[in-house]
Design a protein around this ligand. Structure first.
Ligand SMILES: Cc1cc2nc3c(=O)[nH]c(=O)nc-3n(C[C@H](O)[C@H](O)[C@H](O)COP(=O)(O)OP(=O)(O)OC[C@H]3O[C@@H](n4cnc5c(N)ncnc54)[C@H](O)[C@@H]3O)c2cc1C
Length: 244
C-alpha cells in the first residue's frame, strides 16, 4: 500500500540534480531562473534553497529564496547579478544547463496563519514576499498584506507588474513602492521610517511584520519599527547575508 505523505511530514529537504528550464530577465540586473519541480516536492511560501552550479568544473553554492509559490508547478529563484564570479557564471546560464538543488529550508514563511501582515523590504529582498503574496492570491486566502517596498528608482522595482496584477486579483494585497532617487515619482519618496510606517500602515499594532533584505536594510527597517512598541513575536526577519 502506498501512503501519500502530506503536510509538515512532506516538507523535508532533499537534494537532486536538474537543469535550468527558463531564464527570465526582471530588471537590468535581476534575473529569475526556473527549474522543473520534482514529483512530490513540497515547500512553504518564503523558504529557500541551495543552488549549486559548475564554475570551471568546480561546484559553487549560494542560497536563494524560492521566489515562486508552492501553488506553481516550477521552482524559481531570483538573483541580483553582481560582479562576483558566481553571479557572472549564473548570468551566462541558459535552459538545459546543469544545477544541483538542496531544498527547502527556512522559517521565514507564511502558510495561511490567521494574521495580518505588514511587510518591509527593499530591492532583491522582495523574493520571499513575492512567493507569499502569490500564494495568498492563488489560494484565495483572506490575508491582508500591506508592504512598503523600497528601491532607488522605478526601473529597479523587481516584480513590479506581477505585484500590481496580484493587487488587482486580490485587493487584500497592497504594495506601496517607496523610491529614494526618483524626484518625479508620484508615490512615496525617501527612506522608510517610523512616521511613514505609522502613516501608511495605521493598523500596524495588529500586524506581524515580515522584514527581508540585505543586513543593512534590515537594520534600518528594525530601527524604524523600534518606535512602535511592537511585541517580539510581531517581527519576522530574513537576512540576505552576502550583501552589504
Ligand atoms: C536565506 C537567504 C536567502 C537569500 N535569497 C536571495 C535571493 O532570493 N536573491 C538573491 O539575489 N540573493 C539572495 N541571498 C543572498 C545570496 O545567497 C548571495 O549571498 C548574494 O546573492 C551575494 O552573492 P554574489 O554573487 O553577489 O556575491 P559573492 O561574491 O558570491 O558573495 C559576496 C560575499 O559574501 C560571501 N557570501 C556569499 N553568500 C553568502 C552567504 N549566503 N552567507 C554569508 N556569506 C556569503 C561571499 O563569500 C563573498 O565574500 C540570500 C541569502 C540568504 C542567507
Amino acid at each position: 500500500m502506498i501512503f501519500e505523505v502530506t503536510g509538515e511530514e512532506a516538507i523535508k529537504p532533499r537534494v537532486w540534480e536538474t537543469a535550468v528550464a527558463e531564464v527570465i530577465p526582471r530588471t537590468k540586473d535581476v534575473k529569475s531562473f526556473r527549474f522543473p519541480k520534482p514529483e512530490g516536492f513540497q515547500h512553504k511560501a518564503g523558504q529557500w534553497m541551495y543552488i549549486n552550479i559548475k564554475i570551471e568544473g568546480t561546484q559553487k553554492l549560494h542560497h536563494f529564496t524560492i521566489s515562486s509559490s508552492p501553488t506553481e508547478n516550477y521552482l524559481e529563484f531570483t538573483k541580483k547579478i553582481t560582479d562576483s564570479q558566481y553571479s557572472q557564471a549564473l548570468d551566462k546560464m541558459k535552459p538545459g544547463d546543469w544545477a544541483k538543488i538542496n531544498a527547502p529550508f527556512g522559517e521565514f514563511t507564511y502558510s495561511g496563519e490567521k494574521i495580518k501582515i505588514g511587510a518591509l523590504t527593499g530591492g532583491i529582498g522582495i523574493t520571499p514576499l513575492h512567493s507569499i503574496c502569490r500564494y495568498c492570491v492563488d489560494e484565495k486566502l483572506p490575508t491582508s498584506i500591506v508592504m512598503l517596498y523600497s528601491n532607488k528608482t522605478e526601473d529597479e522595482i523587481v516584480f513590479k507588474d506581477e505585484l500590481e496584477e496580484m493587487h488587482k486579483a486580490d485587493p487584500n494585497i497592497v504594495v506601496k513602492n517607496v523610491l529614494t532617487r526618483q524626484p518625479d515619482w508620484k508615490g512615496l519618496k525617501g527612506h522608510v521610517n517610523t512616521d511613514m510606517i505609522k502613516e501608511q500602515i495605521p493598523d500596524y499594532r495588529e500586524r506581524v511584520f515580515y522584514i527581508c533584505g540585505p543586513p543593512s536594510l534590515n537594520e534600518a527597517m528594525k530601527k524604524a519599527l523600534e518606535g512602535l512598541n511592537l511585541r517580539e513575536d510581531q517581527i519576522k526577519l530574513e537576512d540576505f547575508t552576502g550583501y552589504q
